[in-house]
Design a protein around this ligand. Structure first.
Ligand code: TUI
Length: 309
């Protein structure tokens, strides 16, 4: 049996990305009901909001689902408390090192799967006793590292013993086969699920993804040390020119604050931050999560009949 499926008690080793302001109980339950692992994204939300999403998700699915913890959030401590109180079976973490929470989480029986952008961090996480690791290439949307999925995945596979899950640039069965060929035992998929029926973001967000072309998912914030991949629009271009002009980092970071809500809730195509991966332009339709998963699994099995999916 596939190691990731065994670890998480799921049908397919396909994990939904923890997309802040995107991944709520509707999306997470749909992915879990379809046989993957759905996750509610903690993002920058306080405990009460996530508690309510967990309650709703439990009404919508009896399958396992997790929470994604964004480690730059001011509410991390209380979100970790909530995860333990609610006996959430698994978390993924992003944008930082979860080391200081690991003992408590493990003691409570919560499986921890950090998202990392480098080999060194993957090795450090394994030593601390995490259950699996997600390696996220720079093709991914949102907050990113430097290395591509293509180079990161095989190197981390060779450097750790725990299961490696590949992320960044995967949106169909071909991507899954490629990740498995590199030694991954699972995949994390984000952008593809934005264009699902159960994803509740503003329709303008979905249309931005559907209309995007190969070079539209660009990176802002390289100069401030917080590189973020979003679809090209007025906001992204403004931030890039502020960077070019040498505007102080704090001011640049300030320009981005709140813009994820402007994208996901208001659907303001000019001023929102439309985080998406480089694979966005491959996505051509909006379908139910079950169809997305079934289609990518059958495509992968057609290409590679003995794939451990
Ligand atoms: O976390 C993500 N992607 C995200 S988080 C996010 S919310 C946000 N919005 C605006 C600015 C910043 C964040 C949007 N997208 N992916 C997983 C990921 N984690 N990618 C890279 C990392 C990472 C980076 C540094 C993980 C660990 C790390 O450790 C540094 C250290 O040693 O503490």
């Amino acid at each position: 049996m596939n190691k990731v499926c065994e670890l998480l008690n799921i049908k397919y080793p396909i994990i939904q990305g923890g997309m802040a302001w995107v991944a709520n109980s509707s999306l997470a339950s749909a992915v879990s009901n379809a046989g993957g692992l759905g996750l509610i994204a903690g993002g920058n939300a306080p405990k009460e909001i996530i508690k309510e999403e967990i309650r709703k998700c439990r009404e919508l699915t009896d399958k396992p689902f997790g929470v994604n913890v964004m480690l730059l959030s001011p509410f991390v401590d209380e979100i970790i408390d909530l995860i333990i109180e609610e006996k959430i079976p698994v978390i993924t973490t992003g944008a930082g090192n979860p080391a200081k929470y690991l003992d408590r989480l493990k003691e409570a029986g919560v499986k921890v799967i950090p998202v990392v952008p480098s080999i060194a961090l993957a090795q450090r996480m394994e030593k601390l006793g995490v259950d699996a690791i997600i390696v996220e290439g720079t093709e991914a949307g949102g907050h990113i590292g430097e290395l591509t999925t293509m180079v990161l995945t095989p190197q981390v596979v060779d450097s750790v013993k725990i299961p490696v899950i590949a992320a960044g640039g995967i949106a169909d069965g071909r991507g899954i086969v490629a990740a498995f060929a590199l030694g991954a035992k699972g995949v994390q998929i984000g952008t593809r699920f934005i264009c699902s029926e159960e994803c509740n973001v503003h329709e303008n967000y979905k249309n931005m993804v559907l209309k995007s072309k190969d070079r539209d998912a660009i990176v802002t914030g390289r100069s401030t040390g917080h590189p973020v991949r979003t679809l090209k629009n007025k906001l992204a271009k403004e931030i890039l020119s502020m960077e070019k002009e040498g505007v102080p980092s704090e001011e640049i970071d300030k320009r981005g604050i709140g813009s994820l809500r402007v994208a996901t809730v208001d659907g303001d195509i000019h001023n929102g931050s439309f985080m998406a991966g480089q694979i966005a332009s491959i996505i051509k339709d909006i379908k139910p999560c079950k169809e997305i998963l079934d289609d990518m699994v059958s495509q992968a099995k057609n290409i590679m009949p003995n794939i451990e999916l």
